[in-house]
Design a protein around this ligand. Structure first.
Ligand code: NAD
Length: 495
């Protein structure tokens, strides 16, 4: 690890390195991008400003590792991956702190969600390959067809900043488990835990070149990956605009694409829901990770009959959330990930005012913050009422601690409103009426519907979005299939 002196507080400033062919490398350009700690606004580490030359080196390393790794028995691939999962667990506190500092999320969240999930992702796919099977189709008594599922080669894995290690490993694990090699690019906004992860991979004995991590800008290092003819599989999670650009470039090259993109998820509360359960769960759905989870319930539809009481209770809990230093144990809400994201949220809150909305909670940067957080990118949890379902604030993804409450009077009306955005990632429905739950779940246009819960995850289920939220599915069998190429072998049965 290369270090240089940090001007402000005398600590070592970590220069993150690319991980290519099992070694740590400077970018060819020798240029580094700043990496800001969102809770202090301080540039605390350097991110390699990689370009197509670094991607080329990573591809060469991946190519030389492929023949051996793809033929390594599944049990051996599994063993190495399980060792990585163990090492993530052994370094959990260090990784959680790194994630908290790099992303601005509360340490408690990184500790309880991000890092355990990263280990689970690796463990899940490390064991899935020991239990998977492929199909056999018998053609009457004349032939047997069996399906081979071979690794596709070099996978390009591109991940976002909101759940950095969690989503990075969600791609790395199935890609490597199925025998592919990978060139991966974490978000340039939150590169730290992916860097620490590469140290873990090395320690775990992952063969050189199987995973190569190139850090840098999406439009430069990311675009070079998408353009490169030898990366034939691209798994991307990020914004819808970026996904569209990746599809534009990759489709004519006939790459296999998985795109997990933005959301504007409805959280629908019917009058028969249990308020003691649904109010705290809706606060969590709105504000977890400062509202920067693609699955956050940012449009909160509440049946008119219970709207006044729901609103009172929802406001009370939202006002109670403690915004503060993400490293402090009592903090509920940390910093937004970047100044750009903070400004985006402020833009939308101002737009809400222009569109006729009332801000009943938050709507501004917090006034009292600890001294070291004065220049951080904090924003109060914000509750907006009085906006129509069709206005921009209720149609466009904000991706911050902002929720809009919308009363409704009947089921058809709320289903139509829920389906009215270009997005289709997830939805929650709260009701005791099981028939209604089935009916509404069937009608909502999205990839995941939660009934009387939110963000309850089982790694075996298909995960992804429809409409502008995604193409393809991740998770379980879907991921194993995505990262392999099916080949049918037809054997005639001699008479
Ligand atoms: P982003 O699209 O800006 O960046 C995501 C990744 O793509 C980064 O690594 C970035 O460097 C890279 N990238 C950018 N331009 C590229 C290009 N032209 N070619 C190749 N790579 C490029 O997204 P973000 O701001 O990091 O993340 C927030 C977005 O991610 C939100 O819209 C959120 O909803 C979405 N998201 C979706 C899911 C999901 O599962 N559907 C999960 C998490 C986040």
């Amino acid at each position: 690890m290369s270090v240089s002196r940090d001007k402000e507080n005398g600590q070592d400033k970590i220069k993150i390195q690319n991980y290519i062919g099992g070694g740590f490398e400077e970018p060819v350009s020798r240029e580094y991008l700043p990496n800001f700690n969102p809770s202090t606004g301080f540039d605390y580490s350097g991110v390699p400003d990689s370009d197509e030359r670094d991607v080329e080196k990573a591809i060469e390393a991946a190519k030389s590792a492929f023949p051996v790794w793809s033929r390594t028995p599944a049990a051996e691939r599994s063993r190495v991956l399980l060792r990585i999962a163990e090492l993530i667990e052994a370094s959990a506190e260090r990784l959680a702190r790194a994630e908290c500092i790099d992303n601005g999320k509360p340490l408690t969240l990184a500790r309880n969600m991000d890092i355990p999930r990263a280990a689970s992702n690796i463990r899940f796919f490390a064991t899935a390959i020991l239990h998977s099977h492929s199909e056999l189709h018998q053609t009457d008594s004349t032939a047997l067809n069996y399906t081979l599922r071979n690794p596709r080669g070099i996978a390009g894995l591109i991940s976002p900043w909101n759940l950095p290690l969690y989503l990075f490993t969600w791609k790395v694990a199935p890609a490597l488990a199925t025998g592919n090699v990978a060139v991966a690019k974490p978000s340039e906004v939150t590169p730290m835990t992916a860097f620490l992860f590469t140290e873990i991979c090395r320690e775990a004995g992952l063969p050189d070149g199987v995973l190569n991590v190139v850090h840098g800008l999406g439009g430069k290092a990311g675009a070079a990956m998408v353009n490169h003819p030898e990366i034939t599989t691209i798994s991307f999670t990020g914004g819808t605009k970026t996904g569209a650009e990746i599809a534009r470039v990759a489709s004519p090259l006939f790459k296999k694409l998985s795109l997990e993109m933005g959301g504007k998820n409805p959280n629908i509360v019917f009058a028969d829901a249990d308020l003691d359960e649904v109010v705290p769960a809706s606060v969590k759905a709105a504000f977890s990770n400062q509202g920067q989870i693609c699955l956050c319930g940012s449009r909160l539809f509440v049946e008119e009959k219970i709207y006044p009481e729901f609103l009172d209770r929802f406001l009370a809990l939202s006002r109670n959330l403690k915004v503060g230093d993400p490293l402090a144990e009592e903090t509920d809400q940390g910093a937004l990930v970047s100044r750009e994201q903070l400004e985006k949220v402020e833009y939308y809150v101002n737009l809400a005012r222009e569109e006729g909305g009332q801000i009943l909670c938050g709507g501004k940067r917090p006034e009292s913050l600890p001294e070291r957080c004065q220049d951080g990118y904090f924003f109060e949890p914000t509750v907006i009422v009085g906006l129509s379902s069709g206005c921009r604030v209720n149609q466009e993804e904000i991706f911050g601690p902002v929720v809009s409450l919308i009363p409704f009077s009947d089921e058809q009306e709320v289903v139509a409103a829920a389906n009215s955005t270009p997005y289709g990632l997830s939805a929650s429905i709260w009701t005791k009426d099981i028939s209604r739950a089935h009916r509404v779940a069937d009608e909502i246009q999205c990839g995941t519907v939660w009934v009387n819960c939110w963000l309850l995850r089982d790694l075996r289920v298909p995960f992804g979005g429809m409409k502008s939220s995604g193409v393809g599915r991740e998770g379980g069998e879907e991921a194993l299939r995505f990262f392999t190429e099916p080949k049918n072998v037809c054997i005639q049965i001699p008479r």
